[in-house]
Design a protein around this ligand. Structure first.
Ligand code: BDR
Ligand code: CA
Length: 318
């Protein structure tokens, strides 16, 4: 397993964002999450921010949360309540918290973290929502890029899409932001649908978490069960936990197959809007390529490690 990393998680919780944070919370030996920033996506900025605050307490974490962009750069936000529910986390009630967001906007909060970072240290960005905050930060403070270790993001697909035939939700929601991030020149690991469609939790395991677990396992199991009732999954045996692939990749890169390739984001108004055009020909020399696209995953290992983490955190917080 790789050594402990300093992380900023930029998210829109979101069922799978919530499960991703659970995975990270179960592994404090691997992740030092120095900040959580929120972005409108699966639900409104108010709802996803409230979810982030509650989840931090629920998982027994003490991480500052900053509220970020409430709308994509060019378009109004479109939420995904059919998949994530009215409250954004499968209508599972996470206990209320007194925790408040920091006063700064997410972008200024990240800037502060980078400013205070000890000389020579770097931070890994883990975005699991639309890339609005990250793009705004790179645009306003390009010098921050020197302090970014890498970006391990959930978004995009080499083949197909989920929100449209051509596009994955996080990229489709704010393609202009995604284009800025993909052009940043920083090392990016794109945990897109090619890998995340193989990484899920099945009905039997979700039910087991609900029936035999404590409060954290029951909440995670309940969220997955909500996912499984949504139009996207009702015919399927397992729900993809897309966002958890980011942290899983950081801990267990050996269960993925990543390929470096040129990736560009379609910002047109046509049917390809939000598409991540991945050049899979293998003809472009690797030097100079910055994006690694996860093309394959060992889904059974993913499920095993994820359930292990949920149960571990659950037992710790009983
Ligand atoms: C992505 O879209 C959101 O609905 C999920 O939280 C995930 O980040 C999957 O396409
Ligand atoms: Ca998400």
């Amino acid at each position: 397993m790789a050594s402990k990393r300093k992380i900023i998680m930029d998210c829109d919780p979101g069922i799978d964002d919530a499960v991703a944070l659970c995975l990270a919370a179960a592994h404090p030996e691997a992740f030092d999450i120095v900040g959580i920033t929120t972005v409108a996506g699966n639900q409104t900025i108010e709802k996803v921010t409230e979810n982030a605050l509650r989840l931090v307490d629920f998982y027994g974490l003490d991480i500052p949360v900053a509220k970020g962009a409430g709308t994509p750069i060019m378009r109004p936000p479109v939420t995904a309540s059919d998949i994530h529910g009215k409250n954004g986390i499968g209508d599972i009630e996470i206990p209320e918290t007194d925790r408040k967001t920091v006063p700064e906007h997410a972008v200024l909060f990240m800037k502060k973290i980078f400013d205070e970072l000890p000389e020579g240290e770097k931070i890994t960005l883990v975005p699991t929502g639309p890339l609005t905050n990250i793009a705004l930060m790179f645009d306003l403070f390009p010098e921050i890029k020197d302090q970014v270790e890498e970006i391990v993001l959930m978004g995009g697909a080499a083949v197909g899409g989920n929100v449209t035939a051509a596009s994955e939700f996080n990229i489709y929601e704010d393609p202009e932001a995604a284009a800025i991030v993909f052009r940043s020149g920083l090392p990016i690991v794109m945990c897109g649908l090619d890998a995340t469609h193989l990484c899920g939790v099945n009905r039997e395991n979700a039910a087991d978490l609900v029936e035999h677990g404590g409060k954290i396992a029951a909440a995670v199991g309940g969220m997955v069960q909500f996912y499984l009732k949504s139009p996207a999954y009702k015919e399927k045996d397992a729900a993809c936990i897309h966002d958890a692939v980011t942290f899983m990749y950081l801990m267990h890169p050996e269960i993925y197959n990543g390929v470096k390739m040129p990736v560009s984001v379609d910002c047109s108004d046509g049917p390809m809007r939000g598409n991540t055009l991945c050049d899979m020909r293998g003809t472009v020399p690797e030097e100079g390529l910055t994006v690694t696209v996860l093309m394959d995953a060992d889904g059974s290992k993913f499920q095993e490690y994820l359930l292990e983490a949920v149960r571990m955190l659950d037992a710790k917080r009983k």
